[in-house]
Design a protein around this ligand. Structure first.
Ligand code: CP3
Length: 354
């Protein structure tokens, strides 16, 4: 494998000195890019992109051709994991993801088992290997998975939800069933992320998109505890380098101290927490990733630079910050505005690392 030409992202995650603050954007490969929409049309649909290593490689690299990003993220989806468990994932046009067989009765839940990921999700590991080859050492490649709780939300609700009533009915009525799902998910995700690392992922992020809908006690019991099991089971060294782990709980700003105790290298933050306060709270334990409100990208170029500067200033001097949005980039953003952001982060952060 070619040695990395730009390892700024990996160094920042490990709080090692850097020349500038590295930046990538959640959902950086996606519908706001016309070239993504063109490739998706050729592939037929979204899952056609995910299951073809050639297409997945093409769309992963698209944002890197446009912008000087400091990391690439595997093009895939968190819901390929429950699909591999037999739930039957499909994307209804304009409606988001859905499952043909959501987990609604005890028999289905008891029958849930850890799949053989090396077979069932081979297309993902093939994509990772193909992307690494195409990157040729330009920047590191991030692998990812959903958290056990976030996956369970989709598996039980059968798709997106605004109230999570089926998950919460189970949590408060039959908690042992939810624990069985979460335990199965945690073991599957551990295997899945380790296989991504073996295939060439140089850092991994766990997306806990829905942990923030829980009470503090339920967050620890039903989300954090299972992410901690995963972190404990991951391969942390590969190709002679540490493989950093990033935990991102959307809406998890009040639990950063507990998240920092899991052994993760870095925590992702949404935009509702001040990143300077977060840094004071977690101290030297972890690096931080975030946390621009993604809607800033709808403002003017001047507004984007000003708000990016505010996040950089709030974090302050020294390493340990990976700049990102607080959640995924919207499909309605002007691609030129993403370019303004990335250039501003690079330019404005240099004095903070002098
Ligand atoms: O960041 C990247 O560029 C990598 C690709 C990536 C996708 N999904 C591609 C995608 C990643 C990291 C994800 C993670 C994901 N998927 C999460 C966690 C992160 C988050 O946003 O909170 C979740 C909850 C999902 C589930 C999911 N997939 C939903 C709810 C949807 C529909 C809503 C939407 O934004 O379209 C998807 C589809 C999806 N995943 C798209 C992309 C580019 C859009 C599909 C399309 O082209 O129509």
């Amino acid at each position: 494998m070619t040695p990395l030409k730009n390892d700024t992202f990996l160094r920042a995650l490990l709080k090692q000195p850097v020349d500038y603050t590295p930046v990538w954007m959640m959902r950086q490969a996606g519908r706001y890019l016309p070239e993504y929409r063109a490739t998706r049309a050729r592939a037929g649909n979204f899952m056609g992109l995910c299951t073809s290593p050639a297409y997945a490689t093409e769309v992963t690299l698209q944002p890197l051709e446009r912008y000087p990003l400091d990391a690439a993220i595997l093009f895939s989806d968190i819901l390929t994991v429950p699909d591999a468990m037999g739930l039957g994932l499909y994307f209804a046009e304009g409606e988001g993801p859905k499952f043909e067989r959501p987990l609604r009765d005890e028999a289905a839940i008891r029958a849930l088992a850890v799949p053989h990921v090396e077979d069932k999700l081979k297309y993902v590991f093939d994509a990772v290997a193909s992307i690494r080859q195409a990157l040729d050492g330009r920047v590191p490649l991030i692998g990812f998975s959903g958290s056990p709780f976030t996956l369970a939300c989709y598996m039980i609700e059968g798709g997106g939800s605004s109230d999570f009533r089926h998950v919460k009915a189970m949590m408060y009525g039959r908690p042992e069933l939810l624990h069985h799902i979460l335990e199965t998910n945690a073991r599957t995700v551990t295997d899945y992320l380790n296989a991504q690392i073996e295939a060439g992922a140089q850092a991994v992020q766990i997306f806990d998109t829905w942990g923030g809908v829980l009470t503090p006690g339920a967050y620890r019991e039903f989300s954090l505890a299972y992410m901690q099991k995963i972190v404990a089971g991951l391969k942390r060294e590969h190709e002679g380098r540490r493989v950093p782990v990033i935990l991102f709980t959307k809406g998890g700003g009040q639990w950063l101290e507990a998240m920092a105790e899991t052994g993760a290298d870095a925590l992702g933050l949404d935009w509702t927490t001040d990143i300077g306060d977060a840094r004071r709270r977690v101290g030297d334990k972890v690096a931080l990733q975030g946390n621009l409100d993604p809607n800033v990208l709808f403002g003017s170029p001047e507004g984007i630079e000003r708000e990016a500067g505010r996040v950089l200033e709030a974090y302050g001097t020294g390493s340990g910050h990976v700049f990102n949005l607080g959640h995924g980039i919207s499909q309605f953003v002007d691609p030129a505005h993403a370019g303004v952001l990335i250039d501003a982060v690079h330019r404005l952060s240099r004095p903070l690392h002098a």
